[in-house]
Every structure is written in C-alpha cells, then in structure tokens.
Design a protein around this ligand. Structure first.
Ligand SMILES: *Cc1c(COP(=O)(O)O)cnc(C)c1O
Length: 354
C-alpha cells in the first residue's frame, strides 16, 4: 500500500532501519545527550530563540494541543479559536472540557480567513488565540503574519498548532512572536505516531506556565521542563521515536527547512495543476504545501475506496460533512513525483468509471 496520507506517511529508509533496532534503556547519559540534541535541533528547525523551552510528550498530537492549553490558561481567561474545520473544533472541545471560556471565529467550508473576518474580534480582551496554522481537515493555511499582528495589537498570546504545517510550510517562531508551537511525530517528520513536541516562549513560560495549575499529572509542563534540563522526561518516553527524531532533525536541517518546504511546494503545485487538468477541482483558499484537497463530490468516499482496493493507493478520506466532498492527497514523507504520476493515472481511471 502506498500512502498519500498526512500521517502516518511513507517513512524514509533511515527511519525504518532505526526502528528495527533493539531499544536502549533511557535513564542514561547517552540518551540524555540525544534528547538535549533533539531540543537544540528542534528549536533551530522552527527558528526559535535559545531561551525557548521545549516539552517532549509521549502522546498523540491532540494531547499536546490539550497540554498547550491547560498549562497556560484557566477558567479566568477568555480565548479566541479559529474554527475552520475539525482541528479548530477540537481546540474548542478542549476549552469546553476544561471550562475555559472561548469564542470561535467560524469559517464555513470554502471560506478564507481574512483580516475583515478577524476585525470584529479585536479589542475584546481575549487572553490568547488558538489556531491550527494548517487546518488539516480542509488544507487551508492561515496567514501567520496576519494572525501574529492581530495578537500583538490585541495583547494576546499566540498558540499555534503547527502539526499539519511543520516541515511543509515555513515556520518562524521568533519572527511571528509565537508563544506556543505544537508539532507531532507522524506528519512531515515521517516518524511513528506517539510523540509530540511543544515549544514554549520564555515570556509565556515566565508569565503563565510557572504559575498555572494544569490540573494534570502526565501533561504538566513544569515537571517536563525541569527534567529536560538534564535531557530527561518525567515518564518513560517513546524511546524509539525520539531516536528516529534525532536522525530526522539532523537530516532535515542538513537539507535546510526552507529547501524542504520549497521542494514540497513544487511537488504540490505540480500535482494540483495535473489534478485540475483531469477535471477535479481544488478549493480557492490559501493551501498548505502538506496536502491537496481534491473536490470529488459526490463520489469522494468511492474514489478513496477504489484507489485503495483497486490500486493499493491510500489517500486521506474526509470525515463528517466533507465525507463525500473531499479526498486529501498528502505530500509528506518519502513520496516522489513518479508516485504522483501513478496516482494521477489511477484517479483518472476511477473518475471515468463514475
Ligand atoms: C494530525 C493533526 C493533529 C494530531 O492529531 P492526533 O490524531 O491526536 O495525532 C492535530 N492538529 C492538526 C492540525 C493535525 O493535522
């Protein structure tokens, strides 16, 4: 099965080789060394200043989203959530569970997040903005420059779930004054699912994290941040994934984060052009390089199934109201243009059968 998904994705040979090895014990100077290096390399990969704190969680991305919220905000705060799809909705659900008051900037499918749309939420005393930079359920990439300015002008902390954007779109923690940035292992890092990384700005750490009662043992940042000073985590980490992370970060930084996102950009542009030539539609809103949303209404589910069963090609199906509207074609991990040529051929054949 060839994966054109967004996570897990096709892994690289080096990752597969590392994951086949016996795991080491982790309370050792050797493993601490690797985690400290992971911290430094990760900060470099998102252009974060040296004093940025990094938390390594053994959990899926959603736990990291929840942790990012509960370690900084309480029921006394008011948050603004960009809700343009299922991941934005999830931020709202997290606030609800923890009884943190919030409002949503709601986008309907196909609608772009614009400055005008944000305007009506200014000067409303929100403490922070929660946004999935790439709303992976639709492929929309929000304008980080616009969101950053909005947060600065309205004195809000900027919390960015970059799980769907990291490694595919340009990320700059420092330039955009990001306060928390969330990444997880199974997307562009092309590692197994189960690990997440959160970068915390020095100001957020000092002003919020230190004094906030997270109400969680496992997800409490204070313990994690204290432990990582010596290259350790409070609980048993996903040892194998963090070893793979070390190799991937070195590899990615060696190639250059910018070069990587440019390569994926070229690949995605080429695919979009060809898929439109086949008669499919691609939405008009700004897109992440990480995936192409392909409008295949009312046959999206059937297209997904036929590609899977007839061709051994797995694209990403959609859920909820987009189930019959969209399939999402990922551009992450170990995939090349040759793979897309075959996918396009298969998509064309399936389409002719509708
Ligand atoms: C994949 C993804 C997540 C992570 O979800 P999990 O299934 O919990 O790993 C979160 N946010 C975005 C934007 C994503 O693309």
């Amino acid at each position: 099965m060839k994966l054109f998904t967004v996570g897990p994705v096709e892994m690289f040979p080096d990752t597969l080789e590392i994951s086949a090895r016996q795991l080491p014990y982790f309370r050792t100077p050797e493993f601490s060394e690797i985690m400290l290096e992971n911290e430094t390399l990760f900060k470099k990969s998102i252009c974060a200043p040296k004093n940025t704190r990094v938390v390594f969680l053994t959990a899926s991305g959603t736990a990291a989203m929840e942790a990012a919220v509960i370690n900084c905000f309480t029921t006394d705060d008011r948050l603004l959530v960009i809700q343009g799809g299922s991941f934005g909705k999830r931020f709202g659900e997290i606030c609800k569970v923890h009884k943190i008051p919030f409002d949503e900037v709601k986008l309907s499918f196909g609608e772009q997040l614009t400055r005008e749309k944000l305007e009506s939420y200014k000067n409303k005393n929100y403490n922070g903005l929660l946004v999935n930079l790439h709303e992976t359920s639709t492929g929309q990439l929000y304008d980080i420059d616009m969101l950053s300015k909005f947060c600065r002008q309205n004195d809000m902390y900027l919390i960015v779930d970059a799980i769907g954007a990291y490694g595919a779109d340009e990320i700059n923690f420092e330039r955009y004054g990001i306060d928390e940035l969330i990444v997880s292992s199974q997307k562009a890092l092309a590692l197994a699912p189960g690990a997440a990384i959160i970068a915390v700005s020095e100001r957020l750490y000092r002003q919020r994290v230190i004094s906030t009662d997270s109400g969680s043992l496992y997800l409490d940042f204070k313990q994690h941040i204290e432990n990582i000073k010596r290259g350790q985590t409070p609980f048993t980490p996903a040892v194998g994934i963090f070893l793979g992370l070390n190799q991937r970060l070195k590899q990615m930084l060696c190639t250059g984060m910018k070069e990587i996102s440019q390569d994926i950009h070229r690949l995605s542009c080429q695919f979009r052009q060809e898929v439109i030539n086949l008669g499919f539609q691609v939405p008009e809103y700004p897109l992440s390089n990480a995936l192409t949303p392909v409008v295949a209404a009312p046959h999206a589910e059937r297209l997904y199934q036929r590609l899977r069963e007839g061709y051994g090609m797995e694209v990403t199906p959609s859920g909820g109201e987009l189930k019959e509207v969209l399939v999402r074609v990922g551009h992450l991990g170990n995939v090349r243009w040759e793979d897309y040529k075959e996918l396009l051929r298969a998509m064309n054949e399936v389409k002719c059968g509708f």
